[in-house]
Design a protein around this ligand. Structure first.
Ligand SMILES: [Fe+2]
Length: 436
């Protein structure tokens, strides 16, 4: 999520006691989950600096199960496995789709994923159309263009294929297409009065976890102010986790995305809305992501590491959906808005300082990391360095004079209010100074 940080809006949407989550299918539809392909052997582990966890590692979670599997995760129907993208047509038919708008971005389309999605839809007798005019931080104008494309195509189902931007744009298109108005009307939570179209999310990076979440982060075209627009109905009904899509992700993108997912696990674990279920998700996400992050960067075609990253990022996204984030995300948004630092890199700049500072009042032990908050922060710094991400705000090109203004902005970020340790403007300035 790159933005739970987003809203200047502030009314924290109350979590419905009984959310209207579409019922999960009763049983795995085997028709849509064909026989498993052979899972490539796991190559030798890369030389990854050992963290404290290595001294007492928990049993590894086998993300790359031999074959495909399907399960409802937090009310979302998750279909996981190498080659699962080929099942998209059958999955779309299950949701009643006939005319499908595939929302993607130029990079993901160039990698062939959007067209492969279209081919799978066409092979099942559906009529697909690709809309790929989505930029890095989707704007209101892009969502409106997508709405027009969906209306012109008379789409009855949407598919988002790509990173958080494409998936968030698909959610925004769905809101405007079915409920009218402008994105500003959906700022906050639960503003859609009429039913939305069914939609399917297919992440092409292991990062935001947007495919697990109700929120779309859309920037105002005029001001680039990010708005968080959430609705239970905007969540994807079905999510396809196909690790084969990660093989083409550029390393720079995979590094920022992966460290963002790790930050989601760490921040959601201790945030003020954390609960027993969200903490289970945070812990499982960490245990998939932390041991596989650098191996995935070193060998993107390693299916086992990619599968672990993809599932870990999804579970971290589900942890956010079930709880929230914290000060690292609050501080990251001004770094992105003012200095153009990619969201994941911005979060990585701030997270170690936030962990040390929070560690004075909360424990991160439930992650399963056998070490103190200081050791956890050091491990995060080691991962950041090995991934080639900048280590300090100074190194990232931020001027010291900018810290005060950024602290004022960070204090207005929604996520700041969920940090376990009260984080007002002076505290956030201190965190920026620590990260400088
Ligand atoms: Fe994030």
């Amino acid at each position: 999520m790159n933005g739970a940080a987003a809203p200047a809006a502030p009314a924290v949407p109350a979590t419905p006691a009984t959310p209207a989550v579409p019922a999960a299918p009763a049983a795995p539809a085997t028709s849509a989950v064909p026989a498993a392909p052979a899972v490539p052997a796991v190559p030798a582990a890369p030389a990854v600096p050992a963290g404290p966890m290595a001294a007492n590692p928990p049993a590894p979670i086998a993300a790359a199960a031999p074959g495909k599997w399907r399960a409802a995760v937090g009310g979302v129907d998750v279909v996981c496995g190498l080659g699962a993208l080929a099942d998209l047509g059958d999955l779309a038919r299950e949701l009643g789709g006939r005319r499908v708008l595939v929302v993607s971005d130029p990079g993901v389309r160039a990698a062939g994923h959007a067209d492969r999605a279209s081919e799978a839809l066409a092979a099942a007798g559906l009529a697909p159309q690709v809309f790929d005019a989505v930029g890095e931080n989707p704007t209101t104008l892009e969502v409106e263009a997508g709405r027009d494309a969906a209306a012109g195509w008379r789409a009855d189902l949407l598919v988002g294929v790509g990173g958080g931007s494409a998936m968030d744009c698909a959610k925004g298109i769905n809101l405007l297409l079915t409920n009218g108005g402008s994105m500003e009307d959906y700022r906050g939570f639960g503003r859609a009065a009429r039913p939305l179209l069914p939609a399917i999310g297919i992440p092409a990076t292991a990062g935001t976890g947007s495919e697990a979440q109700s929120y779309a982060l859309i920037s105002r075209a005029e001001t680039h102010e990010k708005m968080a627009c959430g609705d239970r109905q905007a969540r994807f009904r079905t999510v396809v986790l196909d690790a084969a899509l990660l093989a083409s992700t550029p390393r720079r993108v995979a590094a920022a995305a992966g460290i963002d997912a790790i930050a989601h696990a760490v921040e959601s674990l201790v945030c003020r809305r954390a609960n027993p279920v969200s903490r289970l998700l945070s812990r499982a996400a960490w245990q998939l992501l932390e041991p596989n992050f650098l191996g995935h960067l070193a060998a993107p075609a390693d299916a086992a590491a990619a599968a672990a990253m993809l599932l870990g990022a999804h579970l971290a996204g589900a942890a956010i959906e079930a709880s929230m984030l914290g000060a690292a995300h609050a501080c990251a948004n001004p770094l992105t808005a003012r200095h153009g630092i990619a969201h994941g890199a911005a979060v990585a700049l701030m997270l170690p300082a936030v962990v040390r500072w929070n560690g004075e009042v909360v424990s991160y032990a439930e992650l399963g990391f056998a070490g103190s908050a200081e050791q956890l922060a050091a491990r995060l710094e080691a991962l950041r360095a090995a991934a080639g991400l900048p280590a300090t705000l100074r190194e990232a090109g931020v001027e010291a004079a900018a810290l005060g203004g950024m602290a004022r902005e960070a204090a207005r970020q929604w996520t700041a209010g969920f940090n376990p340790r009260a984080a007002g403007e002076p505290d956030l300035l201190r965190l920026y100074e620590l990260a400088y």
